[in-house]
Design a protein around this ligand. Structure first.
Ligand code: SF4
Length: 331
C-alpha cells in the first residue's frame, strides 16, 4: 500500500515554569493512501500534539520539535520554513477540530469563507470558486447549497456547522485530512451521521484520514488501523480487528474494558486504576508499569522492544517478548 505520510521517531517537548514536558517521545507510524488511521488514548497522551505537529501548528516556543521526521511526498515537513508549510496546509494536508465554531468566522457568510479557502490556494475566478463551494456543500450533505451559501454560521445547527468545516477542509482536495476529536462536541445521533460522512467522503475522494480521539466507539465505526498512545508513545498498533479482538498491550485491554458496550453485564466495566506518569521526567522503562497488573522487574528498568505479531500488529510490551526472560535474569 502506498505510504502518503511517514512519521519517524517524533519527539516534541514544551517548556513550562516547572520544566520541560516531554509530550511526544518517539512516535512512529505510516499513513497509507485512502485509509483511516485512528490515534487513541487518554487526554494528555500526546495524540493531539502529534497531529498538530504534522500541521506544524505547535506554538514554538513554548513547544519544540526535538527530533524526528515527518515525510510527505519526499519532503520533511519538520525542516520546512513557515512560508513553505503554509502552502501545504489546507491544500495538501487539512485539519478539522472538535469545535466547529473555532474554525468558522461568525461575521462572514459560509460561502465567502469556503471561497476564500479555495482562492488562497488556487488561482480560480470567483464564479469557479462559488461553483466548487456549492459542489462541496452538497458533497457533505447540506441541502439547498446555493441558498445556504449566503447564510452565517449561527444559522446552522452544530452538526451542520461541522459538515461545513469538513467541506472547508476538503475543498482543495487534500491528500490527508487530520480530524482531532471531530465528533466530541456533537450528540450521539449527529456523531453517527458525521462518521458516516467521513466514510462516504473517503470512498468518493480517496483522502487519507488521521482520526484523533479518546472514544473507542468512534474508532470502531471508521478506523482501518488503530494506534494506541500512552505517555507520549504508541504502545500498540494494529488493524481495527486486531486491536478490538486480539489486544495485546495491558493498556489497550484496559481501555477496551473501560468503555461501556451493549453486550456488557453488570461489573464488566473496569476503569484503569492510577494515573499516567509525570511527563516532566518520564520513566526510563515502560510508562504503564505503575498501573499494570502484569508488571515485572524488567518493565521498570528497560523500555520494551517492539514485538511484531503480524504484518500490521505491533506492541511495546515485555509480556510479548521472549527476550524479557533473559533480561529478567540479568537484573
Ligand atoms: Fe505491563 Fe511490563 Fe507490558 Fe509495561 S512492559 S505493559 S509494565 S507487562
Amino acid at each position: 500500500m502506498e505510504k502518503i505520510l511517514q512519521v519517524r521517531d517524533l519527539h516534541v517537548s514544551f517548556s513550562t515554569y516547572g520544566g520541560e514536558v516531554k509530550a511526544v517521545r518517539g512516535v512512529n507510524f505510516d499513513l497509507h493512501k485512502g485509509e483511516t488511521l485512528a490515534i487513541v488514548g487518554e487526554s494528555g497522551c500526546g495524540k493531539s500534539v502529534t497531529s498538530q505537529t504534522i500541521m506544524r501548528l505547535i506554538p514554538e516556543p513554548p513547544g519544540r520539535i526535538t527530533g524526528g521526521e515527518i515525510i510527505f511526498k519526499n519532503m520533511d515537513l519538520i525542516k520546512m520554513k513557515e512560508t513553505e508549510i503554509r502552502k501545504i496546509r489546507g491544500a495538501n494536508i487539512s485539519m478539522i477540530f472538535q469545535d466547529p465554531m473555532t474554525a468558522l468566522n461568525p461575521t462572514i457568510t459560509i460561502g465567502e469563507q469556503i471561497m476564500e479557502g479555495i482562492r488562497q490556494h488556487e488561482k480560480v475566478s470567483r464564479d469557479e470558486a462559488k461553483r466548487k463551494a456549492i459542489e462541496m456543500l452538497s458533497l457533505v450533505g447540506i441541502p439547498n447549497p446555493e441558498i445556504r451559501l449566503k447564510q452565517y454560521p449561527h444559522q446552522f445547527s452544530g452538526g451542520m456547522r461541522q459538515r461545513i468545516v469538513i467541506a472547508m477542509a476538503l475543498v482543495c482536495e487534500p491528500d490527508v485530512l487530520i480530524a482531532d476529536e471531530p465528533t466530541t462536541a456533537l450528540d450521539v445521533t449527529i456523531q453517527a451521521q458525521i462518521l458516516e460522512l467521513f466514510r462516504d467522503i473517503q470512498k468518493k475522494t480517496g483522502v487519507s484520514i488521521v482520526l484523533i480521539t479518546h472514544d473507542l466507539g468512534v474508532v470502531a465505526q471508521v478506523a482501518d488501523r488503530i494506534a494506541v498512545m500512552y505517555a507520549g508513545k504508541i504502545v500498540e498498533l494494529g488493524t481495527r480487528r486486531e486491536i478490538f479482538y486480539q489486544p495485546q498491550h495491558p493498556y489497550t485491554r484496559g481501555l477496551l474494558q473501560s468503555v461501556p458496550r451493549l453486550d456488557m453485564k453488570k461489573g464488566d466495566l473496569i476503569p484503569i486504576p492510577g494515573t499516567p506518569p509525570d511527563l516532566f521526567s518520564p520513566p526510563v522503562g515502560c510508562a504503564f508499569a505503575a498501573r499494570c497488573p502484569y508488571a515485572m522487574e524488567v518493565c521498570d528498568r528497560v523500555y520494551p522492544l517492539k514485538t511484531y505479531l503480524s504484518n500490521h500488529h505491533q506492541v511495546d510490551c515485555w509480556l510479548q517478548d521472549e527476550r524479557a526472560k533473559k533480561l529478567v535474569s540479568t537484573y
